[in-house]
Design a protein around this ligand. Structure first.
Ligand SMILES: O=C(O)CCC(=O)C(=O)O
Ligand SMILES: [Fe+2]
Length: 242
């Protein structure tokens, strides 16, 4: 069972929280199969194509609905955001061993103006939930981040966005782990040392009553998804509101 209060506290105190093996082995197998099929449709991974993005993921794969519409996760997001969560973005990526050593260079996803006297938030307004289907390890590839307290400055702490940074945490987590983090967190993704595919999917969740647009916002809509929304109240709440 997820300790929602502990998750919210961790995110406020260090910017992220790891839910180890939140998706079990059989679920990970199904998720990989969904992602691999979509990658094949896009021509597949190869030495020349080391990264395939699948965005909006729920649009491309409505059968991911049960993996997004998990009541325990949705309630956890609500606790962290202190508001009903809105699924503002769904996405996924698959990479292979030919990817850049920094699959993605250091960045945050905070896109809003910071008041002149600094952040003064009661909670994050937008969070990520990234699922490391194959785990986060030096072999598979790793999420690397700089821990932060809720209202720490967002300024870039180091100049080289493709280098190791002092204070970085190399997240180690088993397959199926979810990492929930504040959009203000500095992070990067590194390629693994072992050949093979790295599957990653996730969502961005914004406070329902925070109507500010964000450049990464995307929408998924289809008859199949409409049916899933009828069957999964937690998914419906994420998309259509409380
Ligand atoms: O590859 C990773 O672990 C990081 C992915 C990332 O930066 C993101 O999902 O925004
Ligand atoms: Fe990111």
């Amino acid at each position: 069972m997820i300790d929602r209060t502990a998750v919210a506290t961790e995110i406020n105190e260090r910017g992220y929280c790891v839910l180890e093996a939140c998706y079990h082995e059989e679920e990970c197998r199904q998720i990989r199969a969904i992602m691999d099929r979509l990658c094949e449709q896009k021509g597949g991974l190869s030495p020349n194509t080391s990264y395939i993005g699948l965005v909006p993921f729920l649009q491309l794969a409505p059968e991911m609905a049960p993996f997004f519409g998990r009541p325990d996760l949705v309630e956890t997001f609500a606790e962290v955001l202190q508001d009903a969560p809105r699924l503002a973005h769904s996405g996924a990526s698959v990479t292979n061993e030919y990817a850049n050593p920094f699959i993605i260079s250091w960045h945050t996803h905070y896109q809003w103006e910071v008041p002149p006297d600094g952040l003064n938030r009661q909670q994050p307004e937008r969070i990520f939930c990234n699922v490391y289907v194959d785990g986060s390890t030096p072999e598979i590839g790793q999420l690397i981040l700089i821990p932060r307290r809720l209202n720490d400055p967002i300024d870039q702490p180091c100049s080289d966005r493709r280098a190791d940074w002092p204070g970085q945490v190399n997240v180690v987590a088993p397959p199926g782990s979810a990492v929930i983090f504040d959009s203000a967190l500095w992070h990067t993704g590194k390629r693994g040392t072992k050949p093979g595919l790295r599957h990653l999917f996730g969502g961005e969740y914004q406070r329902w009553h925070d109507l500010r647009p964000h450049p990464e916002d995307n929408i998924s809509e289809s008859p199949a998804l409409a049916q899933y929304k009828r069957d999964l109240p937690a998914l419906r709440r994420l998309i259509d509101g409380p």
